[in-house]
Design a protein around this ligand. Structure first.
Ligand SMILES: *Cc1c(COP(=O)(O)O)cnc(C)c1O
Length: 426
C-alpha cells in the first residue's frame, strides 16, 4: 500500500480482504489459534515461522491496525499497546535497562515525565531533561557514555513546543543512539518525523487517532533506519543472542524490523500491555477519517486563536500555527499544513477569571482529555496541577491563568460564539 497517498492509506491500509471475506476489518475476539500439530506451533514459539498462537503476542485485528499506522508514518513495522503510557515505556525500555541513561526533552506530557523521572528511575534508568530549544552544544553536553536514546515530543502536550526534529536527530545520531519522538498531537497527517531523521515514533492513539474519545491506546512505529549493528556494544539486547529464544540475534535475524520484533517478542510476551481487538477496531474506524478530521481541527483552531488574539479580555495566546507566534517559522517547517487543534491562552483576572470563564462555557466541556471531536478545555492550575504553588506552576511553564483549549470539529462560529458569551460573563 506504500504507493498510495496518506488519505487513501487512512481508509485502506493494513487490511486487504481476499475474495468473499468481510469488507470491514473483523474483530478477532479470540485468545488462541488452532494448529494441526505441536511441531507447527513449536516453530511459532521459536520465531522461526510467522503466525498467531496467543493474542498477548499477536492478534490479527491489532496487527492490521498497527500495519495501517506503520503505513501512515512510513515505517517498516508497528505494534499497538494498551495505552500511550505503555508505548512510551516500551519504546525506551526496549533499548535501555538498569544502568543506562536517556536524554529527554523537558517539554513532554506530565504522565511521561512521571514515568521517566519516578518509575523508570526506580528501575535504574537515569534521565537528563533538556529544553526542546536547547542549542547543539547544550544537547551535546547532556549525553553520557551510557546514553541509549533521545526522547522528545514533536508538538508537546500541554506546552505546545515545536521540536526541531533535525537538530535532535543529528545530536542523537552523533552519539550513536536513536531519536524516539511522541507524535501524538500533529499525527502523521501534519508531521511525519521519519522524513526529518527520527528513528522511532510513538503515539497516544487515545487522542486524534481514535478521535472520538472512545478507547485508550498507544502505538510504537519503527522506521527501520537506525543501524543497531553499527553500535553493537551499546545495544546488546539487539546485537547479542537472546537466551529466551534459543539464541536469536534480533539485528541479524530481523534486519530493519529488529527493534519492533524485539518489542513484541520480549516486552509484549513478558509485560502484556496489549489492546483488546475491540478497541483496535474502534481505533481503526477513527483512523479512516483522520485525514478529514485533522485539517478541520486545525482550521477551527486557527479561527479560534485569531479571535482570542484580538480580544481585549485575553492576555496571551499560544498557538504555533498563528502568524506572529514565536514558533511560527519552526511550525511552518515541520508542520506546514497545521499543528493541531490545541490552543493555550490566558484570561485577564488570572486563576479566578479562568475558572469563571470555563464554568460559563456551554458547548465546550471541562474534561481531562484533549484532541477529540468535541471541543473541550482544562484549567491545569485548578485540576491536574492543583497541588502546586504559583511559583512551582511557573517552573512547569503553566501560569495560573492558563487554559488548555482543545478545539473540536463542530462549526467554528458556534465554538467562537460560546467563547464570546463566556467571556461576557467576566
Ligand atoms: C495522553 C498522552 C500520552 C499518554 O497516553 P495515554 O493514552 O493517556 O496513556 C502520552 N503522550 C502524549 C503527548 C499525550 O498527549
Amino acid at each position: 500500500m506504500q504507493d498510495f497517498k496518506i488519505d487513501t492509506n487512512c481508509v485502506q491500509a493494513g487490511y486487504k480482504p481476499e475474495n468473499g471475506e468481510p469488507r470491514v476489518l473483523p474483530i478477532i475476539q479470540s485468545t488462541t489459534y488452532k494448529y494441526d500439530s505441536s511441531v507447527e506451533m513449536g516453530r511459532l514459539f521459536d520465531l522461526e515461522k510467522e503466525g498467531y498462537f496467543y493474542t498477548r503476542l499477536q492478534n490479527p485485528t491489532n496487527d492490521a491496525v498497527a500495519a495501517k499506522i506503520a503505513a501512515l508514518e512510513g515505517g517498516v513495522g508497528a505494534v499497538l499497546t494498551s495505552s500511550g503510557q505503555a508505548a512510551s515505556f516500551f519504546s525506551v525500555f526496549n533499548i535501555a535497562g538498569a544502568g543506562d541513561h536517556v536524554v529527554s526533552s523537558a517539554a513532554i506530557y506530565g504522565g511521561t515525565f512521571n514515568l521517566f523521572s519516578v518509575t523508570m528511575k526506580k528501575m535504574g534508568i537515569d534521565f537528563t531533561f533538556v529544553s526542546p530549544h536547547a542549542s547543539e552544544e547544550e544537547l551535546d553536553k547532556a549525553f553520557k557514555p551510557n546514553t541509549k536514546a533521545v526522547f522528545a515530543e514533536t508538538l508537546s502536550n500541554p506546552s505546545l513546543q515545536v521540536l526541531d526534529i533535525e537538530k535532535f536527530a543529528a545530536a542523537a545520531h552523533a552519539h550513536g543512539v536513536p531519536l524516539i519522538v511522541d507524535n501524538t498531537f500533529p499525527t502523521p497527517i501534519n508531521c511525519r518525523p521519519f522524513e526529518f531523521g527520527a528513528d522511532i515514533v510513538t503515539h497516544s492513539t487515545t487522542k486524534y487517532m481514535d478521535g472520538h474519545a472512545t478507547s485508550v491506546g498507544g502505538v510504537i512505529v519503527d522506521s527501520g533506519n537506525f543501524d543497531f549493528m553499527a553500535h553493537k556494544d551499546k545495544f546488546p539486547g539487539l546485537t547479542t543472542p537472546d537466551d529466551s529464544y534459543h539464541g536469536i540475534v534480533y539485528a541479524e535475524r530481523f534486519g530493519k524490523a529488529a527493534y519492533i520484533t524485539k518489542c513484541v517478542a520480549q516486552l509484549m510476551r513478558d509485560l502484556g500491555a496489549i489492546p483488546s481487538a475491540f478497541n483496535s477496531f474502534l481505533l481503526n474506524v477513527g483512523l479512516e477519517s483522520l485525514a478529514v478530521r485533522i485539517p478541520k481541527h486545525c482550521s477551527n483552531a486557527l479561527k479560534v486563536a485569531e479571535y482570542l488574539k484580538n480580544n481585549e479580555k485575553i492576555t496571551w495566546v499560544n498557538y504555533p500555527g498563528l502568524e506572529g507566534d514565536e514558533q511560527y517559522e519552526l511550525a511552518k517547517k515541520y508542520m506546514p499544513h497545521g499543528t493541531s487543534g490545541v490552543i493555550s491562552f490566558g484570561v485577564k483576572g488570572g486563576r479566578e477569571a479562568a475558572t469563571k470563564f470555563m464554568d460559563s462555557l456551554k458547548l465546550a466541556a471541562i474534561v481531562t482529555h484533549v484532541a477529540d471531536s468535541r471541543t473541550c478545555c482544562l484549567h491545569p492550575a485548578s485540576t491536574t496541577h492543583r497541588q502546586l504553588t504559583d511559583e512551582q506552576l511557573a517552573e512547569c511553564g503553566v501560569s495560573p491563568d492558563l487554559i488548555r483549549f482543545s478545539v473540536g470539529i463542530e462549526n467554528s462560529n458556534d465554538i467562537i460564539a460560546d467563547i464570546e458569551q463566556a467571556l461576557n460573563m467576566l
